[in-house]
Design a protein around this ligand. Structure first.
Ligand SMILES: Nc1ncnc2c1ncn2[C@@H]1O[C@H](COP(=O)(O)OP(=O)(O)OP(=O)(O)O)[C@@H](O)[C@H]1O
Length: 223
């Protein structure tokens, strides 16, 4: 479960300018929900997703499964990320010169808990339907295939949460439908999915829609 209380994020631009990207955010996300974060460009969606993914700092309170994130050291946060969280960033964030297999292996290099690393990579690639592409370089793949690699990489540590930033942003509508279907299948297997999206059709398929405007939550609807 996710619980956020009075969370603020201020970016400093240069020495004088402050951007109040998130303003007193309060929200709850239950286990096994699908959540869409929507809002105009610059609203603060990615900032919120990065904070939930434990890759960005903030002021306020954030509890992930009752763990007080602001009390964790960087190394404990990184351990928590590698055990509970899968992240799918905008534009895939893959290493083009690595193979599919090597890209999906990257979160496991420093993971001491998972012993059968090769097996874990292959299981993640099978779940996303790209096991046959394992030896291909990412630079040779289509956008949809790259997104499947990014989702496999997020899955390889068997996370409880997947945070995806515009996972269909650069894909055609057919491929986009396939990727969303895959994320929903993962949800039906028990993973909580949080998606930042501009696409209202995708948002309307989610259990929970959070709309942000100018750093404020203006709607928080659970179906
Ligand atoms: N590293 C940063 N330094 C300074 N300002 C930032 C930084 N990252 C984001 N911002 C600012 O914070 C605000 C929220 O940005 P954010 O990227 O979270 O919006 P968004 O809703 O995800 O936008 P988009 O839909 O265009 O991706 C914007 O005003 C943005 O310019």
């Amino acid at each position: 479960m996710i619980e956020i209380k009075n969370l603020n994020k201020i970016y400093l631009k240069g020495k004088k300018n402050m951007v109040h990207a998130l303003n007193n955010i309060n929200l709850k996300i239950d286990d096994r929900e699908t959540v869409a974060i929507i809002g105009e460009s610059g609203a603060g969606k990615s900032t919120l997703l990065h904070i939930m993914s434990c890759i960005d700092n903030f002021d306020g309170e954030y509890y992930l499964d009752n763990i007080d994130i602001n009390k964790l050291s960087e190394s404990k946060k990184s351990k928590l990320r590698s055990s509970k969280i899968g992240i799918v960033l905008q534009d895939f964030a893959l290493i083009d010169d690595f193979t599919v297999f090597e890209n999906v292996m990257t979160p496991l290099y420093f993971n001491k808990k998972i012993k059968d690393k090769k097996g874990s990579v292959m299981r993640a690639l099978k779940k996303t339907g790209i096991a046959s592409l394992k030896s291909k370089k990412v630079s040779q793949l289509s956008g949809g295939q790259k997104q499947r690699v990014a989702i496999s990489r997020a899955l390889v540590t068997s996370p409880e949460y997947i945070f995806a930033d515009e996972p269909t942003g650069s894909l055609d509508s057919k491929t986009s439908d396939e990727i969303i279907k895959m994320l929903f299948e993962l949800n039906s297997n028990g993973i909580t999915i949080v998606i930042v999206t501009h696409n209202l059709e995708i948002a309307n398929q989610c259990h929970h829609i959070i709309e942000i405007k100018d750093g404020n939550i203006i709607k928080d609807i659970c179906s």
